[in-house]
Ligand binder design. Sequence first.
Ligand code: XMP
Ligand code: MG
Length: 180
Amino acid sequence: MKDINEEVLRVLITEEQIDARCKELASQIEADYENKNPLLLCLINGSLPFLGNLIKYIRIPMEYDCIRVHSYQGQSSTGNVIVENYNFDKLKGRHIILIEDIIDTGLTLHTLKQMLKSIPIGSVEICSLLNKPGLNQIDVGAKYIGFEIPSEFVIGFGLDYNEQYRNLPYIGIMNPKAIK
Ligand code: XMP
Ligand code: MG
């Protein structure tokens, strides 16, 4: 059997750490969104495991939806953010929380926030599992951040390298030997 865990150089954030942080973020969201029925808008594919883990711990009424956004190819951003056909009308009047796996350049969330400006929504905030701060990062004003990580390419818990490794239950750094 080919085991993808063997292609990980080191584990950066364990499954247990992710789970504990999801509980903390969920309780912050509960406190901030009581009686607001927030709409968690999940940027797929990468953010699906994070959404799934986070919502288990949110006890207030809420809804979620998915929006397909991409800009990455291999290990770098193409700088061109593409949002696949999405009916933005259903966001009208809603309190939206954008659920993201990682903020790198910030371009994805910046672009999405700009798009939302033309719609009369109730409010928008960002909840990202990871933040990779860097000199060139656009400040997107993320309210909820799981973990700050160093500037390394990470895989697992939804994060991919050419669509692979999303199924690892932790966040890890890829072994350069596994890069094709
Ligand atoms: P930006 O640069 O727009 O990036 O903030 C956000 C998107 O880029 C992808 N990304 C990564 N994917 N490992 C990944 O698997 C990484 O280290 C990484 N850094 C950025 C990711 O899809 C995110 O939604
Ligand atoms: Mg992504």
